[in-house]
Design a protein around this ligand. Structure first.
Ligand code: ADP
Ligand code: MG
Length: 584
């Protein structure tokens, strides 16, 4: 779908402060029920809306009805009836958010179980909007503490629930106490006969809206959900990132603000993540998607609009971090994976309140979404250990090890220790920044009383991109990684796996090792001791640099000038193709 087809809130005749609040919240576009309900409600029409939980009904009625308030009259003009105290509070809070730029606006939640005193005080101060459960509202009406003579509109939210909870008589009594000419909107997930009867008796010529769940099949995609419980969604996502085999991932959130927020949190945890939202310039969005396509980025945190139509075959996983507002959006979202004949994985985070949306999605897609367990700490440790062993095997098979073997033998002779002890020490060094044992037990082995940390961080401050040399990219830092480095920071020299590079400046350009070391140390933010053997030839130079140079640094080094030549750095022919994968 093209950008022109994206719907927007601006097309509605909403009051300017209300529109501004929507922009603040960061909704990109109206949900289907909002798109259909806002115009008639703005015109003052009655409305009968059938839609599942989580489809955005609150904004569907609050935005237009708030736009119609006369703020100079501090009497209840809008009454919202909700089945439970929690829902009443939620609606009141959402209303407050949508009304934040309306001067001197007041909303009052009124529900059972709350002291009468506060409610009475609130009522006597006057509120433009009253949100409450039917029982308590009726109480106040009967006591004369709530007067609805100035009411302009009534909303019956989740009418089927109110019916189920035995509130229908109360609702009818309340409606009878409101002015004849009021506007009425009724929302319900289902339309039992009784609710329909209410609609027929109390709504005048209503606009009827039904948000259909469309059937679409998505067979190449395995769909799972995780029930949000004690763990935070961010921690759950981190576990998934580590426990699942993924190539590239899209994480869907609801608002633009969240795209940047979550992307930053993931970056802080060591992942290559970036936001993708409608806020970004078209060119910037394209650049971001290109980076994902080329594997320079592994995770996009996106909104529905921004990710629409995105076609990147690498995307193996879609995570619905926030549940979508309609089933169709879900189908669009998960359709970003399982492309080009590949298999895809879709994971949905569902809070208890959102269960109904989960069922609606299952109905709409005609497929079951299986519950999933998050990978446990042990699973994650096992995976790290497996990857680690795999790395050893691969290195033995593919890397040039002669030099290192000599080094180890030399060390063994000089120190009279066993090979297994040396190997263990090397393994320890390698896993230090991401301990194999998740709770950090392995890291404690060498936990000496902290010594002042070397000026490592300060030295590395001017690095063009903050990533440690010699570390594979896309390598998450673990939750349990030790904050301080162990003591005995030895000269890194040969323990850092090196890679051979070629630069296009040589003897005939008058280059000397110090020029090369200087340029590379400065421009790549490497300490010079990490720069290995330098072999200057006539028209080019070969040199060893730590393995796993970040792509940005690599790209930058290509453009650096030394002795009047651009380095145009490249990996020299690789012995045996010892390649990193983003997974290990
Ligand atoms: P319902 O009343 O249909 O159950 P809500 O009004 O409670 O749904 O909205 C559910 C969630 O969706 C809320 O977190 C809300 O902020 C969010 N939401 C509502 N409208 C939009 C929108 N247009 N875009 C993104 N998120 C939205
Ligand atoms: Mg609701």
């Amino acid at each position: 779908m093209s950008v022109e087809e994206v719907d927007s809130f601006e097309r509605f005749a909403l009051a300017e402060p209300v529109l501004r609040a929507v922009r603040d919240v960061g909704y990109e576009q109206p949900s289907p029920i909002q798109a259909q309900a806002i115009p008639p409600l703005l015109e003052g029409r009655d409305l009968l809306g059938q839609a599942q939980t989580g489809t955005g009904k609150t904004a569907a009625f609050a935005l237009p009805l708030l736009s119609r308030l006369d703020l100079t009259r501090r009497v209840p003009q809008l009454l919202v009836l909700a089945p439970t105290r929690e829902l009443a509070i939620q609606v009141a809070e959402a209303t407050k958010t949508y009304a934040r730029h309306l001067p001197d606006f007041h909303v009052l939640p009124v529900y059972g179980g709350q002291g009468m005193g506060a409610q009475l005080r609130g009522l006597s101060r006057g509120a433009h909007v009253v949100v409450g459960t039917p029982g308590r509202i009726l109480d106040h009406l009967r006591r004369g503490t709530l007067v609805l003579g100035g009411l302009v509109a009534v909303v019956l939210d989740e009418a089927d629930e109110m019916l189920r909870m035995g509130f229908i008589e109360d609702v009818e009594a309340i409606l009878a106490a409101t002015p004849q000419g009021r506007q009425t909107a009724l929302f319900s997930a289902t339309m039992p006969r009784e609710v329909h009867r209410i609609a027929q008796s109390y709504l005048r010529d209503p606009v009827e809206i039904r948000i259909e769940s469309r059937t679409t099949t998505v067979e190449a995609i395995r769909q799972r959900y995780w029930q949000v419980r004690d763990l935070h969604k961010l921690d759950a996502l981190t576990r998934i990132l580590e426990g699942e085999d993924f190539d590239a991932m899209i994480v869907f959130v609801r608002t633009r603000t969240e795209t940047t927020g979550l992307a930053e949190k993931l970056e802080a945890r060591g992942y290559d993540a970036a936001p993708l939202s409608g806020d970004m310039q078209q060119a910037e969005r394209e650049r971001t998607v290109d980076r994902l396509r080329q594997g320079r980025l592994d995770i996009l945190v996106a909104t529905d609009v921004a990710a629409r139509g995105l076609d990147v075959p690498r995307i193996s996983h879609v995570v619905n971090y926030d549940i979508p507002t309609d089933t169709e959006a879900y189908v669009h979202r998960i359709g970003r994976t399982g492309r080009a004949g590949r298999k895809g994985e879709a994971i949905l985070f569902v809070s208890p309140r959102e269960k109904r949306m989960l069922y609606a999605i299952e109905r709409a897609t005609g497929q079951r979404i299986e519950p999933m367990q998050l990978p446990s700490r042990e699973d994650i440790a096992d995976r790290r250990i497996d990857r680690f062993k795999g790395l050893i095997t691969e290195t033995i098979e593919t890397a040039e090890l002669d030099f290192f073997e000599a080094l180890v033998a030399d060390y063994q002779r000089a120190h009279d220790v066993g090979l297994s002890e040396i190997a263990a020490a090397l393994a320890y060094l390698l896993q230090r920044e991401q301990p194999l044992v998740v709770d950090g037990a392995a890291a404690r082995v060498d936990a000496h009383p902290a010594e002042p940390v070397r000026a490592e961080a300060a030295e590395s401050a001017p690095r063009p991109r903050q990533r440690r040399e010699g570390a594979p990219p896309a390598q998450p830092r673990s939750e349990g990684a030790p904050a301080e480095r162990p003591r005995r920071e030895r000269r890194p020299g040969p323990e850092v796996p090196m890679e051979r590079y070629r630069i296009e400046v040589g003897r005939e350009h008058g280059v000397q090792p110090k020029n090369i070391v200087g340029a590379i140390a400065n421009e790549a933010g490497l300490e010079s001791r990490y720069i290995g053997r330098i072999e200057i030839n006539d028209d080019h130079t070969l040199l060893d640099l730590p393995e796993g140079m970040p792509k940005e640094v690599f790209k930058h080094l290509k453009t650096v000038w030394v002795c009047g030549r651009q380095l145009r750095i490249n990996r020299a022919a690789e012995p045996g193709g010892h390649r990193r994968r983003s997974e290990d």
